[in-house]
Design a protein around this ligand. Sequence first.
Ligand code: AMP
Length: 249
Amino acid sequence: MKILVPVKRVIDYNVKVRVKPDNSGVELANVKMAMNPFDEIAVEQALRIKEASQAEEVIAISIGPQESQDTIRTALAMGADRGILVKTEHDIEPLAVAKILKSIVEKETPELVILGKQAIDDDCNQTGQMLSAFLNWPQTTFVSNLELKDKNLLSVREVDGGLEHMECSLPAIVTVDLRLNEPRYASLPNIMKAKRKPLEEISPSDLGVDTNKRLEVIKVEDPPSREAGMILGSVDELVDKLKNEAKVI
Ligand code: AMP
């Protein structure tokens, strides 16, 4: 069985994101980029399934500019077998990503696609769900525990106030949550080895996918800055303010 893991290149989660002065987006120039953290967890899970001899090949795929190659190389250094870069020069929306992934799934015939639950740059949380609809495959989202038993996928999802246990057959789509596992670090010898692993490069037009935008970002803004607090002299004064100024009690 093959496992496909889509990995997105995003701003490193340690970087403080700055909004562009014209509010058209966020600053990307000279900003450190890295693999989307949820996708690292997805790669780790695919590798664990392979190491348990339940899969033969893990394929990492990224859709984005040439630099997304680095993200694929990171997945290869963690242990993925080969990579596919679908090169696009402009930002691409989840709908187009899902269409590209569908087309690659049809070509590669994996039985499992493991994605992050969301990309931390656009916070869309859409791609896995759309891919599941396009392929008409079952999906289990926000997974915090995953087991594969006789071609059956047993997953646990964290829901409000409890855990939901799900079972579905393969082929299937899984999107992963933070608590599923702790991704491994790539060792130096593995980083060197990853340079020699196969990495195919294609374009969306090779797959016949239209990547034109359907959405327009009107404005990106910083969250409102926190207002200054005040020190009150007594509980009575606090109660008075809550009642008459904030009107919350
Ligand atoms: P989103 O729906 O944009 O929040 O992304 C959810 C997941 O879809 C991510 O965690 C990735 O696994 C995958 N994904 C989204 N965009 C891309 C991309 N450009 N390249 C590779 N994978 C992607």
